[in-house]
Design a protein around this ligand. Structure first.
Ligand code: ZN
Length: 250
């Protein structure tokens, strides 16, 4: 079910819930509560992106970021120097110094890669992973994910403005949103769509599109050793098969 239809159902349930015990419809109560649901549905793109930026800032403050002169930052800049406005997006890239094998992106165009992942992959595979993450931004997967995390973790009441609520998110709320972004579980369709985005982007930038396949094979050698980024849904083999089939048709 789409989020929109969920919200509609939610409002409907609240409206029905607004009926007074004696069978009289309690309009005041119904309007009040559905206004809250309405507020949530007003979570527009700008508000969600603002939440993503605040979450990124919180995360950047809690991680060790590779300084510009370090080999990790130099390597990332070399790979992404011409991607800051790729495909109409406003992207920013940083390396987190951590042995974790992970990378993630957020709705505002934040892309972060952990040094552990950089150690594992040659440039072409690393770029494939970055394009895969950019695909999640471009195709609004990161947006939908942040919106869902906001609705799950933050109370939007009828009294306050959406922007005001997001502007005053606490550190612990931002922590919950950060956790949702770092450990994002996308649907099978979203993952395959981002793989497709990545190998097309590789081809468009005159690189070998099969680097996307190789990056999954590299992760596959480690699977079983961790969750999150490493636990692929769909399976690695499903992703590889789809990539090979679709590149063949390009
Ligand atoms: Zn993904």
């Amino acid at each position: 079910m789409s989020l929109k239809s969920q919200l509609f159902l939610f409002s409907l349930i609240l409206l029905l819930g607004g009926c007074a015990a004696d069978g009289q419809f309690d309009t005041g109560k119904a309007l009040n509560i559905s206004a809250g649901a309405l507020q949530a549905s007003l979570l527009d793109k700008q508000s969600v992106k603002m939440a993503a930026s605040l979450t990124a800032k919180e995360l950047d403050g809690k991680n060790v970021i590779a300084a510009a002169s370090t080999p990790y930052a130099v390597r990332l800049t070399k790979l992404t120097g011409n991607l800051h406005n790729y495909d109409g997006l406003n992207l920013n890239f940083k390396v987190y110094m951590s042995p974790e094998i992970n990378a993630f992106a957020m709705a505002d165009g934040t892309v972060r890669v952990y040094s552990g992942l950089m150690d594992l992959m040659p440039d072409d595979q690393l770029l494939a992973v970055l394009f895969h993450e950019i695909g999640h931004v471009k195709q609004n997967h990161s947006y939908d994910q942040m919106k869902k995390a906001l609705l799950t973790n933050v109370a939007f009441d009828a009294a306050g403005s959406v922007g005001g609520t997001i502007g005053s998110l606490t550190s612990s709320q931002l922590g919950l949103l950060a956790n949702a972004a770092i450990n994002a579980r996308f649907s099978q369709a979203d993952e395959l769509e981002s793989d497709r985005y990545a190998f097309r982007a590789l081809k468009q930038t005159n690189r070998d599109p099969y680097a996307m396949k190789r990056s999954i094979e590299t992760l596959q050698t480690l699977s079983g050793s961790g969750g999150g980024f490493l636990s692929s849904h769909p399976t690695n083999q499903t992703r590889i098969d789809a990539i090979v089939k679709e590149i063949g048709r390009m």
